[in-house]
Design a binder for this molecule. Structure first.
Ligand code: CAA
Length: 379
């Protein structure tokens, strides 16, 4: 056992770090303020191969491991979590599921452009009345022979208006409960598919979150992923990998706030010394550093298990639970260390604090992660 990153991991980390500093940092405050989607930045991330990181080169991806993915998510999220959530959803909720469970025609038609970053995707599970309780899907996909007739509403969909390819979970046979759910590939522009207003959010304001409405949308049978009734399992197994992405995002938000706090503590003078000379601040930094390191190890462990073909659902949930709670605690303390400066936008930590909150909610709340973890514990 060893804890060192490989040469390749270090190179990927440097590339992501450089990108975050040169391409993300300059406009990040403005994008947050005006809820502006990072269109140019996402295009460049696609060119770098960061939108299909774990997809095999055969399908337009970069063929990297999940540890590389975690590293990239951390580095981008240190600076701009609105951009990194697009990276996370495209990689782990859309590309991963398509490569693992899609058929060859679906991979050729949908996965290749998604992995190459020519288009982006969205994962549509949540509904107005089904967030954590994901088995109770109200969106219906009635079997009409050669197609499904899709009706219903999805809520809080990341990449809601910017995506081209949507994976939509819908109930075909309610008598079978979650075993009657299907995962369908829906294209933007299909008749009857409309996009609702953009959500005005507390955090990750540069990302594009919408409700989606489906009214008698005809989805061809060939757009179903996997066997009839596989949709809920598809969503759950895909979310396992997604949780590594969001855990790494939370880690990055925490690490970004911590790095800014260390720098500020060394520069800011109070009572004739720097803040870094005060034990009250030293102890805050020590706690932040310790929790961030623990979160990073949990992320890498979950990614390593995935890379090695071992079960990783519990590990991913542990990483997400701990990293997101760490992100919240760390960013609140980072604002406190910065004092009055922390409360204004120019110092970045207030944005990181607002962005941290969503990591405790999406891709399974902290409470859902505790359900997944405790079920394994008590098995
Ligand atoms: N892998 C495979 N199958 C799984 C699974 C997993 N990890 N977890 C559950 N299942 C299967 C179960 O085996 C069961 O199937 P069978 O009956 O055929 O065996 C079925 O799913 C139902 O499972 P449960 O009986 O455990 O259902 P439950 O209702 O008690 O609990 C839950 C399920 C774990 C709470 C689930 O509803 C859940 O994860 N909820 C959270 C949903 C979520 O994470 N939403 C995120 C939205 S996407 C998003 O946020 C993206 C974004 O914008 C960034």
């Amino acid at each position: 056992m060893h804890f060192e990153l490989t040469e390749e991991h270090l190179m990927i980390r440097q590339a992501a770090r450089d990108f975050a500093q040169t391409e993300l940092k300059p406009g990040v405050i403005e994008r947050d303020e005006h809820q502006k989607f990072p269109t140019e930045q996402i295009k460049k991330l696609g060119e770098l191969g960061f939108l299909g990181m774990m997809v095999s080169p055969q399908y337009g991806g970069s063929g990297m491991d999940a540890i590389s993915y975690s590293i990239v998510m951390e580095e981008l999220s240190k600076v701009d979590a609105s951009t990194s959530v697009v990276v996370s959803v495209n990689n782990s909720l859309v590309c991963y599921g398509l490569e693992k469970y899609g058929n060859e025609a679906q991979k050729q038609k949908y996965l290749i452009p998604l992995a190459q970053g020519q288009v982006i995707g969205a994962f549509c599970l949540s509904e107005p009345e089904a967030g954590s309780d994901a088995t109770s899907q109200h969106t219906t996909a009635i079997d009409m022979g050669d197609h499904y007739l899709l009706n219903g509403t999805k809520n809080w969909i990341t990449n809601g208006s910017t995506a081209s390819t949507y994976i939509v979970m819908a109930q075909t046979d309610a008598s079978k409960k979650h075993r009657g759910i299907n995962a369908l590939i829906v294209e933007k522009g299909m008749e009857g598919f409309t996009i609702g207003n953009k959500e005005n959010k507390l955090g990750i304001r540069g990302s594009d979150t919408h409700s989606l409405m489906f009214t008698d949308v005809k989805v061809p049978k060939e757009n179903r992923i996997g066997e009839e009734g596989f949709g809920f399992k598809f969503a759950m197994t895909t979310l396992e990998g997604g949780r590594i992405g969001i855990a790494s995002q939370a880690l990055g938000i925490a690490a970004g706030a911590y790095e800014l706090s260390v720098q500020y503590a060394k520069e800011r003078k109070a009572f004739g010394k720097t803040l870094a000379d005060l034990q009250a601040i030293q102890f805050k930094l020590a706690d932040m550093a310790t929790e961030i390191e623990a979160a990073r190890l949990l992320c890498y462990r979950a990614a390593w298990l995935k890379d090695n073909g071992l079960p990783y659902a519990q590990a991913a949930s542990m990483a997400k639970l701990f990293a997101s709670e760490t992100a919240m605690r760390t960013t609140v303390e980072a604002v406190q260390i910065h004092g009055g400066y922390g409360f204004v936008k120019e110092y970045h930590v207030e944005r990181l604090m607002r962005d941290a909150k969503i990591t405790q909610i999406y891709e399974g709340t902290s409470e859902i992660q505790r359900i997944v973890i405790s079920r394994e514990v008590l098995k």
